[in-house]
Ligand binder design. Structure first.
Ligand code: C2E
Ligand code: CA
Ligand code: CA
Ligand code: CA
Length: 278
């Protein structure tokens, strides 16, 4: 009715309408974006205890014709809601495999490229076949690849995810549990996991400098990972004091602006062989 229509107009502000329009427009231009090569992977180095680069996380960006550089925090949720995420996941796997040879030519030693998977990807059993097919076509050694899955995505798809991770690890890939500690879950599932690495969420790392209890929790997470023979990686390391704390507590790998922001592929060669703040 007219009355209801008018009521709606007062509820939705212009800003909400604009946000909604942008969301719709983003959802509707994903296919075209893939065809037009508008997506790009940036790479953020992962660093070991000696300051050596031992891997890269592939992080997606979108050079959108109307909106400029769009970050994944905006378009990944839209892609998930609109059923387009599997297209982007396939693209990200293909592209990181294509980028691998350049990374190999720059790096003097073994490393892994970490690809982010979404919870939606884990629900479909064909993901393993997609990965296997891409590796075969591009002659990729699976030992150069890691997959990252958030704790909540993993828990929502526990059985299918475990099955997938076992097959991936039999092939030589590594699997990391991302954003660990933010899923508000019980820890009982840790007895049944098939993963290699826990990634401590940035939130804990940020609070290392300011909050005594966060330091204790971070230390305990590292300890837990060690006892389970898992590799532990901390993300969002921005300050030397944070890295020192993590090193002192046995953290294996770190990632963060202290070392480097995510970089376009062509800038990777400019990274130092190892990071030394001494
Ligand atoms: P994530 O997997 O937890 O990735 C880490 C995010 O933290 C990245 O944001 C990275 O740029 C940012 N970051 C790294 N170091 C620091 C630091 O020291 N300080 C701060 N403040 N931030 C730091 P980004 O690239 O915007 O990605 C956001 C999220 O989007 C990712 O979170 C991931 O969940 C998702 N994402 C990115 N690429 C992909 C993809 O190819 N596929 C899927 N499914 N998700 C992706
Ligand atoms: Ca990640
Ligand atoms: Ca993360
Ligand atoms: Ca995150």
């Amino acid at each position: 009715s007219k009355a209801r229509g008018r009521g709606m107009a007062t509820i939705f502000t212009n800003e909400m309408v604009e946000t909604h329009k942008r969301k719709l427009s983003i959802a509707n231009s994903i296919d075209q974006g893939i065809v037009n090569n508008e997506f790009v992977l940036f790479y953020q180095p992962k660093i070991d205890r000696n300051g050596q680069v031992i891997g890269f996380e592939a992080l997606m960006r979108w050079e959108h014709p109307d909106f400029g550089l769009v970050l994944p925090g905006e378009f990944i949720p839209v892609a998930e809601q609109s059923g387009k995420i599997s297209l982007l996941t396939r693209w990200a796997i293909e592209q990181s495999c294509a980028d691998l040879s350049l990374l190999q030519s720059v790096m003097q030693h073994k490393f892994r490229v970490a690809i982010n998977l979404s919870g939606h990807d884990l629900r479909h059993s064909e993901l393993f076949d997609v990965i296997y097919q891409i590796f075969t076509e591009q002659q990729v050694n699976p030992e150069y690849i890691e997959f990252e899955v958030t704790e909540s995505a993993y828990l929502e798809n526990f059985e299918s995810a475990n099955k997938l991770f076992k097959r991936l690890s039999n092939m030589g890939c590594a699997v990391a549990l991302d954003d660990f500690g933010t899923g508000y879950s019980s820890l009982s599932y840790l007895t049944q996991i098939s993963i290699d690495t826990l990634k401590i969420d940035r939130q804990f790392v940020r609070e290392i400098s300011t909050c005594h209890r966060s330091r204790l929790v971070t230390g305990a997470i590292i300890d837990l990972a060690k006892r389970l023979s898992l590799t532990i990686c901390a993300e969002g390391v921005e300050e030397l004091s944070q890295w020192e704390y993590l090193l002192n507590h046995g953290c294996d790998h770190v990632q963060g602006y202290l070392f480097s922001k995510p970089l376009p592929l062509e800038k990777i060669a400019l990274l130092p062989d190892y990071f030394d703040f001494g």
